[in-house]
Design a protein around this ligand. Structure first.
Ligand SMILES: *Cc1c(COP(=O)(O)O)cnc(C)c1O
Length: 383
């Protein structure tokens, strides 16, 4: 019998390494994984997590509520309740609606997807939140990082020039910024908003600890979005972020959202937390008090420069000392880790962050342990 011509010719599929090399995106192959630092047995002061847990009584109430959910059903109308509760909590102005994300990280990816047109560009000051650049790159958008000045303030002429040159579709301004923790000059932000040819996203992830917010000032703008998350508020494990924007725009953005991105557990947990928002507000107040205490103690340490913080983190720059080696931040980071305290080594993230560590503000006893570990690590005699 003649062979059926339509049958595929036998072939040998290459082994996995070459198959991956031939089929996966080269930029993905070249990427580094997002590194979650192993933290077992360490005091975790690297990721701006709220040190406080729910009081026991609330844990039990929440457990009962989560247990009673219809886990067999896809998330549904309860998400309308969540959007309404978040809008009320945050004071979202009339005419603005919310898109929900599985953390702000997902919203940032969704924005990159929604604005992915040929030649489109995302612009943000650097050093800043890494996901702005990562999400742009993964989506194939150009990312333009505009360096802050030496004091980590916005470089207004450089920002305005870059905006003119690159005509970004999206500008991210984290308010306060991560990892520098400061709030930028409002007058400069206003001029950037005025100059933006596309949209501006104000990322207020650290709003619970900040003296100021843009929420009261976005109503007059049709090209300004405001993003928040419940992560730094105290629910980093729950994964709920939200983006407020003019209703017409939000409806478009919502089209790129995976339809069931917020699980029934996430939604109910977030609703529960908002019903008990005074508990979280008290936690945030404590963290702000502890930040002041920590800042004062850090300022008293010789060889440690601290920067203004409106977040639950403090950026410090270390002066090299005898025995610190070339890379003082890495030396001190390692020594602190040996002493059981995990912070974030920012050296290598950006030239402006040379010799810098980022410390999360925790509870009083945690901050004291972190300070002790830092002090000991700065001492030449101790290896
Ligand atoms: C932590 C952080 C976020 C958000 O994180 P999610 O946990 O994904 O909500 C967003 N922006 C900045 C600047 C952050 O530091």
């Amino acid at each position: 019998m003649p062979l059926d011509q339509s049958l595929p010719v036998p072939f040998e599929r290459p082994p996995l390494p070459s198959l991956m090399r031939n089929r996966l995106r080269p930029d993905v192959l070249a990427m580094q994984r997002y590194l979650v630092q192993p933290s077992q047995g360490l005091l975790k002061m690297d990721a701006m997590e709220n040190p406080h847990r729910l009081p026991l009584e609330l844990q039990q109430l929440l457990g009962a509520r989560l247990g009673a959910l219809e886990l067999n059903r896809y998330p549904g109308l309860r998400l309308d309740d969540l959007r309404a509760a978040l809008a009320a909590h945050a004071g979202v102005p009339q005419g603005f609606e919310l898109v929900l994300g599985n953390g702000s990280d997902e919203l940032i990816s969704m924005l990159a997807m929604a604005f992915d047109r040929p030649g489109a560009c995302v612009l943000a000051p650097v050093p800043g939140f890494v996901m702005y650049g990562v999400s742009a790159q993964l989506q194939g958008l150009k990312f333009v990082g505009v360096p802050l000045n030496q004091r980590f303030e916005l470089d207004e002429p450089a920002m305005l020039a870059a905006i003119m040159q690159h005509q970004p579709s999206l500008i991210y301004l984290a308010y306060p910024n991560n990892p520098t923790a400061n709030l930028w000059d409002e007058a400069v932000i206003d001029r950037i908003i005025a100059a933006a040819p596309g949209f501006v996203v104000l990322d207020e992830a650290y709003q619970p600890f900040a003296a100021k917010s843009y929420m009261g000032r976005i109503a007059g703008h049709e090209h300004v979005l405001l993003m928040r998350t419940l992560s730094k508020f105290g629910l980093a494990g729950v994964r709920v972020g939200y983006l407020a924007g003019p209703a017409a725009l939000v409806r478009e953005l919502d089209k790129v959202r995976p339809p069931y991105n917020i699980s029934v557990l996430n939604a109910e947990c977030a609703l529960f937390a908002l019903e008990h928002s005074e508990v979280f507000a008290a936690q945030a107040r404590d963290i702000v008090v502890q930040r002041v205490v920590l800042q004062a103690a850090l300022a008293a340490l010789p060889g440690v420069e601290t920067f203004q913080s409106d977040a639950n983190m403090v950026l410090v720059r270390l002066a090299p000392f005898a025995g610190s080696g070339e890379d003082v931040a890495s030396t001190v980071f390692q020594r602190m880790k040996v002493r059981g305290v995990l912070v974030k080594n920012m050296a290598g993230f950006h030239p402006l962050l040379a010799n810098c560590l980022r410390l999360t503000v925790g509870a009083a006893t945690e901050n004291q342990a972190m300070l002790n570990a830092l002090k000991e690590s700065l001492c030449q005699a101790i290896q």
